[in-house]
Design a protein around this ligand. Structure first.
Ligand code: ZN
Length: 423
């Protein structure tokens, strides 16, 4: 056996701590006038987070780089120390992994919205009346082959799903078929670079989309919807093509057996991409109504069998994108109430942060750094004794400003698991 110090024969060190990483999506914000210039986090009443900050070390985190405005997929890969320039292959494959589809190297995956087109081929509703479930429809168009390419379709949430292409010589260099607005016809998928593979992929996909439209149009499920005056989900609007490539697992990279607890498919997808075990929790919705207490309890339970647990909370980002500062503050307060058990953990490194900022004033992601707190036995507690977990109090913390790629090494250090560099 080789220990983390590389010394043969050393057993796993019993002083190694386990790690709980809590990520509030879009946590960071900017001053809100209704809160007297405080951010939603600064304005929120967060006694448990404040207690963790007061007995821990704080700072600011730029996940994908200083000033970089990352999407949640890239932000999370960066948080886990993966280089998005080399190890990010598009949103489609992550979404496919998120619904539990077993991707193989070389598969091309896309996200799909089940939309409605009228008899003249014009999109009248990109979400088919926000249809609640497309499982039956997805099944009816999955498994066919066109031009030597096999097509799989699987549902995710509501009107959403994924399409996977499997075959030799595919390419993800194709445009979206989704025009991203109603009132026009779906876009004919075209190659975005000159290559035989891209041309073949676009051609097979167009053939599949045309065929699936015919199948969906005459499907009994849609006929019933029409009878009920609901828009039929009769066209697959595809976007975000990416080619799946296996990457080194999180466990192989850091010697940490990892588990993920999340409601949103994207986060489960990132976790599966990195080989983490995804644990299902009843009441985890991926929205602000999620059951935070159930997720906390499941995370603590998961620490028994895992070295590293990644707990994701989406509500902050949802409220940020809605421009709902009050809702963001309330979600943080709801989560904080559920955090009480974290104060009692022994021999666990606890880290709370965000993946990026989603300021309510912007209603979109920004490149502003996010606050971060580390809490562990023996940690250098801030000289400033941060009393409030928030963007500006954390700016004076001992951790300073770190990048996403620094996060796991710092967690390993606090957990007593950092490998010795040199001799
Ligand atoms: Zn995010």
């Amino acid at each position: 056996m080789v220990s983390m110090d590389g010394k043969k024969g050393s057993p796993a060190n019993e002083t190694w701590k386990k790690i709980l990483l809590v990520v509030f999506d879009g946590l960071g914000d900017r001053p809100v006038s209704d809160f007297g210039g405080k951010t939603p986090l600064e304005a929120a009443s967060t006694p448990n987070l404040d207690a963790l900050a007061s007995t821990g070390a704080c700072g600011l985190l730029c996940t994908a780089g200083v000033g970089v405005r990352p999407g949640s997929d890239v932000a999370h890969l960066s948080l886990f120390g993966y280089d998005a320039k080399k190890e990010y292959f598009g949103r489609g494959p992550i979404e496919a992994l998120g619904v539990g589809f077993g991707l193989k190297d070389g598969d091309v995956a896309l996200r799909v919205d089940f939309g409605t087109v009228d008899d003249s081929g014009i999109i009248t509703d990109r979400r088919a009346g926000r249809i609640e479930n497309v499982a039956e429809l997805a099944k009816s168009v999955s498994g066919r082959e066109f031009e030597g390419v096999k097509f799989f379709v699987a549902p995710s949430v509501g009107h959403r799903g994924i399409v996977v292409l499997r075959g030799a010589g595919l390419s993800a260099a194709i445009c979206d078929g989704d025009p991203h607005h109603d009132g026009v016809a779906p876009v004919k998928v075209a190659p975005t670079q000159k290559s035989a593979d891209a041309e073949k992929t676009a051609s097979a996909l167009n053939e599949f989309l045309e065929w699936s439209h015919k199948v969906l149009k005459s499907h009994a499920f849609n006929k019933q919807r029409e009878k009920e005056k609901k828009p039929p989900a009769n066209f697959l609007l595809v976007r975000g093509a990416g080619m799946h490539r296996e990457v080194e697992s999180f466990e192989s990279r850091y010697k940490l057996k990892a588990a993920c607890i999340a409601g949103g498919g994207l986060y489960k997808g990132v976790a599966r991409m990195l080989g983490m075990k995804v644990i299902a929790v009843a009441g985890a919705t991926g929205k602000a109504d999620t059951n935070v207490a159930a997720k906390i309890s499941a995370s603590i339970d998961a620490l028994k069998a895992s070295d590293f647990v990644f707990l994701h909370l989406k509500g902050t980002d949802v409220m940020g994108e809605d421009g709902n500062a009050k809702g963001k503050k309330e979600f943080i307060e709801k989560a904080d109430k559920a955090f009480a058990p974290l104060l009692k953990l022994k021999n666990i490194v606890v880290c709370v942060t965000g993946d990026h900022s989603t300021p309510c004033t912007l209603k979109k992601h920004s490149g502003d750094p996010v606050p971060i707190l580390f809490n562990a036995e023996g940690i250098r507690i801030d000289a400033v004794q941060t009393r409030k977990f928030g963007e500006r109090p954390c700016a004076s913390g001992i951790v300073g400003k770190i990048l996403g790629k620094d996060l796991v090494p710092e967690l390993l250090n606090l957990a007593g698991r950092a490998p010795l560099v040199g001799d």
